[in-house]
Design a protein around this ligand. Structure first.
Ligand code: EPU
Length: 417
């Protein structure tokens, strides 16, 4: 099992290039199944979640090929199976997007109940409610989901909770449906807008992505022979912004979209950092003691749950008491036990964590408990006194491409062992 060994005491300084967004790419790859043709996706992050998605598509008969370091070509002219391999789909959260994509294209699908990071309960009732509203018959049994329909017909769907996955899934299911679908109380994350932009670029008729209501006029088919570039990763951008602040460093973050970072930027400035924004760069510096602050995670444009652990490292080092209220996931504070092993003083109970700031962290063996927890521990290990070992790094590899190279370029002393 791989681990990272990190010698700490590093002020992270330099430039970092942001990759394409994981949570967009893993929606876009299944979306290519809706196209009876060849699609090229550029700026695709080469991470393990993307590679599992590619393997699954290959097993369904689509031909997925890496034609460049970050370029994928998907030939979905010949889908030979609508039953996704259960061992792979159940390891991978975003396998649920196969439901929307294969229902839309083939009117039949079977996938394993989705796996992914353990963040507490992760129901998919809103996805199922949406598919049923479009006419599908959905059955959940024996660890898998089966959905079939003779014809998808547009409908109005009001989501009871704001869900990234359900919003993207219903976009996928409705673009080729007959008539108009209205999705209300949808998620507005940048990756949702990216999937909608991609579908529109191949001939879909989707309006309102990025607002609370999306209207989809079904079309007969989507066009092949199209190239689309994945949006830069909002969460990777925020991870390096937090790394700059926690290490009192100086990082120029390139190939990012500053507008997607407003909630984090506001918090970091409140804590004493300097954040300078240009068209596709963000320059974060911090040379002051950090002020404490309070944060509540919310759907976009609120503060992202996926940046909560990374900001938690900054709060662990602020002068005073900070509070994080996690409103999306039940158990996203598992990382606080690991930070406490490094000398942090964090008390987490239920959906609230109280951070009593300490002046420094010290190296320790720690375990990534999920993807973003892993990113937070890397930041903490880079700045802590002494040596740390970070285990369970397969979680980190799911969502960050060559993270050790990026940290090393900023001065971190990090090795994969
Ligand atoms: N929910 C329901 N019913 C549903 C769907 C969701 O009750 O049918 C609830 C969830 O339990 C949760 C809330 O709604 O409390 C939001 O869940 P959402 O569906 O938005 O999450 P997701 O689609 O499963 C995606 C990202 C997560 C990210 C969340 C929130 C992917 C593959 N995953 O998950 O990313 O935390 O949105 O932004 O896109 C990560 O990248 O580290 C990660 C966990």
């Amino acid at each position: 099992m791989d681990k990272f060994i990190i010698d700490g005491n590093t002020r992270l300084v330099g430039e970092v290039e942001i990759s394409g967004a994981k949570n967009a790419a893993i929606g876009l790859i299944p979306a290519t199944l809706l196209i009876n043709g060849i699609t090229t996706l550029e700026n695709v992050p080469n991470i393990s979640d993307v590679n599992i998605a590619c393997d699954i598509l290959n097993e369904l008969g689509a031909k997925v090929t890496w034609t460049g370091e970050h370029t994928l070509t998907v030939d979905a002219r010949n889908i030979t199976s609508t039953h996704a391999p259960l061992d792979k789909t159940s390891k991978f959260r975003a396998s649920y997007y196969l439901l929307g994509a294969l229902l839309g294209r083939c009117h039949d699908v079977e996938v394993g109940l989705p796996g992914g990071c353990n963040l507490g309960q992760r129901p998919i009732d809103q996805h199922i409610k949406g598919f049923e509203s479009l006419g599908a018959k959905v059955e959940v049994a024996q660890g898998k989901i089966d959905a079939t329909v003779s014809k998808l017909v547009g409908n109005s769907i009001y989501f009871d909770v704001v869900s990234v996955g359900a919003t993207i899934n219903l976009l996928l299911a409705s673009v080729l449906a007959e008539g108009t679908t209205i999705l209300d109380n949808v998620a507005k994350e940048p990756h949702i807008v990216d999937v909608a932009n991609f579908l529109n670029s191949v001939g879909a008729d989707i309006r309102g992505a990025g607002t609370d209501t999306i209207k989809i006029n079904g079309v007969k088919e989507l066009k092949g022979d199209h190239t689309y570039s994945v949006v830069p990763d909002q969460i990777e951008t925020g991870t390096f912004m937090c790394a700059a602040v926690a290490s009192k460093g100086n990082i120029l973050i390139k190939n990012c979209i500053p507008e997607h970072m407003e909630s984090l930027t506001a918090k970091l400035i409140e804590m004493g950092a300097t954040v300078e924004v240009d068209c596709d760069t963000i320059h974060v510096t911090c040379d002051k003691e950090l002020h404490p602050t309070n944060v509540k995670t919310l759907p976009y444009p609120g503060f992202p749950t996926d940046l909560q652990p990374q900001l938690g490292v900054c709060l662990a080092l602020a002068q005073g008491t900070s509070i994080i209220n996690e409103s999306i996931w039940e158990s996203r504070f598992q990382y606080t036990n690991e930070l406490n092993k490094m000398g942090a003083k964090i008390t987490a109970q239920g959906k609230t964590a109280v951070f009593e700031g300490v002046s420094k962290l010290s190296g320790a063996p720690v375990y990534a408990t999920d993807l973003r927890a892993g990113a937070a521990l890397l930041i903490a290990a880079a700045i802590a006194d002494g040596k740390s070992e970070v285990y369970n790094i397969h979680y980190i590899d799911r969502g960050y491409e060559k993270i050790e190279d990026k940290f090393r370029k900023l001065g971190a002393k990090i090795e994969r062992a």
